[in-house]
Design a protein around this ligand. Structure first.
Ligand code: PLP
Length: 488
């Protein structure tokens, strides 16, 4: 009996037909998403109830795909939160784009596992090249490049970039590298970490995973530094915390600054933080910059005041999967200290040994927590080639223009107030009538299905609505319609 009689593989020709049909389904979704409610009208358990409790035993084979396509329409689409809707203003965006989707398709089709240079040279070297391009495009330090422009003859590149899955992973690997550097410096004992009260929860989580904080409330190891009136880290308070810890014989290992905090896109002053580290003799304390969302704006020269001082950072990350047209997952992480990173994460069992590794080839498994890795550089390559740096700049500028327009509309209505400085594409506002009125407004607007925004609570302000304008398809008419709905 042939293999085909028992294992119903999809032949390349069958794949071609079904693949075209799936691309049609995705293109149809792109055309329809604007008219779909942003939030699905569904309750917990609704999807589960429509799915059989046991897996099918008999093969559905090619003939079964009509039913699969029908189920996508019947079960999946009605229960989708439409992140790609032009009316999606919640959280931060999760951009998708045609070029990136094609990159995902090709990566899946090639089925490459890029853990070592050997297991797919193109996967590693395209990633090196594309990340070097981004160092230039965002005007990041030369030391973040795999091929620095200023390297003494014969010297080894000190740093480089790598795609991590998420900014949370980037925060964690930076912390592991920080601890490794401290270990190499002969520092042990009580290690301390610093970040602002407004930084993302992934910093606390990383400290817990690394065993450097016992629990989320462990302030004896993790110092949460208060922020100023603009919700940026108060550097005087950072300096005081560092001095107290140094005087008590503790070792500050890690500072995480944020360019674009989650609640309000506040920008920590990286240059001043680096100055504090120098003044307090903490030059070896690892400075990581989390620019998960707002980092994409650095592609435009006019927004680079946000990254002032980044040349002093040991590492930096941003997420093209948020605001740079590249489907999740894609976090670009750069470091100037590859040795500390590899010291923390590199291990070579016999079964991975090969001559390319032995002669110094880059194995990106050593730059991340997992062993395996997908060919994510493809989608980034397609995005950059399709849009070009100029096209990406125009894209970011339009969202920032729309955010400025929205801010102006809010300011023009004296029932509302803007409650945080707008650094890029996020507008934080509320009703002067207070928390309850603001919460009720948000709930009513979101329940309409016509747009979706989320909230935060800002210190000394209270309940705040966040309008994050960054969906790939959002245009001025959508923003004006959103404001009309909100003010009504
Ligand atoms: N850092 C900041 C500033 C964020 O805003 C976010 C998410 O919004 C994260 C980190 C976490 O991102 P990820 O989902 O890539 O881990």
């Amino acid at each position: 009996m042939s293999d085909r009689a028992t294992v119903p593989h999809m032949t390349p020709d069958e794949f071609r037909v079904l693949g075209h049909r799936m691309v049609d389904a995705v293109a149809d979704y792109m055309s329809r998403v604007e008219s779909m409610p942003v939030l699905p009208a569904c309750k917990p358990g609704d999807v589960l109830r429509q799915l059989p409790s046991a897996a099918p035993h008999a093969p559905g084979g090619v003939a079964g795909w009509d039913a699969i396509f029908a189920d996508i329409e019947r079960v999946i689409l009605p229960a989708i939160t439409n992140w790609q809707s032009p009316h999606f203003y919640g959280f931060f965006p999760a951009n998708a784009s045609g070029p990136a989707i094609l990159g995902e398709l090709l990566a899946a089709g090639l089925g490459v596992q890029g853990m070592l240079w050997l297991t797919s040279p193109a996967c590693t070297e395209l990633e090196m090249r594309v990340l070097d391009w981004l160092v230039d495009a965002l005007d990041l330090p030369d030391a973040f490049r795999h091929e620095p422009r200023h390297l003494a003859p014969g010297a080894k590149p000190p740093g480089g970039g790598v795609i991590q899955s998420t900014a949370s992973d980037a925060t964690l690997v930076a912390l592991l590298a920080a601890r490794e550097r401290a270990r190499r410096d002969g520092k042990s004992g009580h290690l301390t970490l610093y970040t602002s009260t407004q930084s993302h929860s992934s910093v606390i989580k990383a400290a817990m995973i690394a065993g450097l904080a016992a629990n989320p409330e462990d302030r004896t190891h993790l110092r949460l530094i208060d922020t100023d009136h603009a919700f940026a880290m108060d550097v005087a308070k950072l300096e005081a915390a560092l001095r107290t810890d140094l005087a008590a014989g503790r070792t500050p290992v890690y500072v995480c600054a944020t360019i674009g905090t989650t609640s309000s896109t506040a920008v920590d002053p990286v240059d001043q933080i680096a100055g504090v580290l120098r003044r307090t003799g903490c030059e070896r304390t690892w400075l990581h910059v989390d620019a998960a969302h707002s980092g994409s704006a650095l592609i435009c020269p006019e927004f680079r005041s946000m990254s002032k001082g980044v040349e002093h950072a040991d590492s930096f990350c941003f997420n093209p999967h948020k605001w740079l047209l590249t489907n999740f997952d894609c976090d670009c992480f750069f470091t100037r200290d590859r040795a500390a990173l590899l010291g923390a994460l590199s291990i070579t069992p016999e079964y991975l040994r090969n001559s390319a590794t032995d002669t110094g080839a880059i194995d990106f498994r050593d730059w991340q927590v997992p062993l395996g890795r997908r060919f994510r550089a493809l989608k980034l390559w397609f995005v950059i080639r399709h849009y070009g740096v100029e096209g990406l700049r125009a894209y970011i500028r339009e969202h920032v223009r729309l955010a400025a327009l929205f801010e102006e509309l809010v300011r023009g209505d004296d029932r509302f107030e803007i409650v945080a400085p707008r650094s890029a594409n996020l507008v934080c506002f509320r009703l002067k009538a207070g928390d309850d009125a603001t919460r009720t407004l948000l709930e009513r607007v979101n329940a309409s299905g016509r747009l979706y925004m989320t909230h935060t609570v800002l210190p000394a302000v209270g309940y705040t609505i966040r309008m994050a304008i960054g969906s790939a398809t959002t245009q001025e008419q959508h923003v004006r319609a959103a404001w009309d709905l909100i003010r009504q």
